[in-house]
Design a protein. Sequence first.
Lengths: 194, 260
Amino acid sequence: MHSLDNNTEPFDALLEWLDPDRETAGKRYEVIRGGLVRMFISNGVSDAEHYADETIDRVMKRLPEIKETYVGDPVKYFHGVARNVIRESRRRKEVLIDIVPDRLLQEPYKSDTSECLSKCLGLLSRDKQEFILDYHLYKGHAKIEHHRQMAGELAITEGALRTRAHHLRVTLEKCVLECVDNFGRNKTHVSSHT
Amino acid sequence: MVIINSNEKNEVKLYLLGQLDQSAAERFELRLLTDAAFGEEFDVIVNEITDEYVGDELHADDRKRVQQYFLTSTERQNKLRFASELLERAAIERAPASVVQAEPGMLERVRAFWGNMALLTRFATTFAAIVIVAGVLLLTIPGTRTSGTYAVVNLTISNSERASGSEIKQVRLEPGSPGIQIELALPDQVPQSKNYRVELLDEKHATRNLRIEQQTEGKLIVVVPANEIGPGSYIIRLYATNPDGAEQRIRGSYFFTVIL
């Protein structure tokens, strides 16, 4: 991932192109990168972080040529390059894998997720553990009613409740995915020594 | 985080399920690249769709689109696994026991009947009961003692990975009962397997296998001794064993709660 403290000339030029104010440019850069990741994932491109960086690299390389002549919001240029990257990625996938996602829920390493969830929940305070589990307790209309009740009990709006739950879930999910990833690495490490 | 209106929310869903035309998708993606708050709202809707998929809440068409479009990247598949575990954990740890007015047990009924009797009648009844019990004991084979009866619960599989309140059955473990007999109805579409493994998960996520006492075409019966189970919520997962020894988990879970 490109970092904002990257002082290489092309990266500085990119930030300059996004906005003359470096702080504003940095914020725009982060939003663009986040949007690219969402865009790639939504278009079925795995390893979205890699392709977001690939897109930014391509823009940086082309920048000296286009900077003086390009008219319009730089974001549109990023978008065009990202679309090309998606097309290329799809061409590389000669055979689309027929995924049956229900199977994903039955795989053996689901137990790794379970163990990691226990571990990551354990890192949260008791209140937060209960909150995140309570928030995800029901489905359908019961869920809507339950969230209304939770918001009332916490004396916050339903929107604030939703935001709170989302931020907590993002933290928890990140922790679990990193933990599962480490599990996988450790297993590979162990099996390579047996 | 901005709260988007229902039209915008609908547009996000259409985009996520691959149903926006090219120009609309382009406009949408440009917003993703420029509006941080919208990006966060987008993530919330991604999670909602994932949860609805796990909870089997989507219409068949949408479910198919989720499988064919929404879940094609590795990132979304990882998200699906996480959501499945999170929702299941919520069901185990936070689901209130279903509020079913329990019918009075045998003990309560006898107590109520007894309380309504006159004193003389109670003596007569007691005497008659002693005579009957003594008679029965004499007629039974010496050395064999009648044990208490198993609490029986019939469970059907829930296709979702979490249970809603109505799906959680309660079973009362009376004092003296030797345990719980659980009858698991096999789902219609299960692999042709002669062997199954039945896994019990408790609230602390400890797992153990249950011995299958009886197996018929559509049902498995397992027994959990009373000294191995206490009050709380439980989940049973079923695995079919293939002839090559590989296991395949049957989708869904059985949910029940034990009360004393």
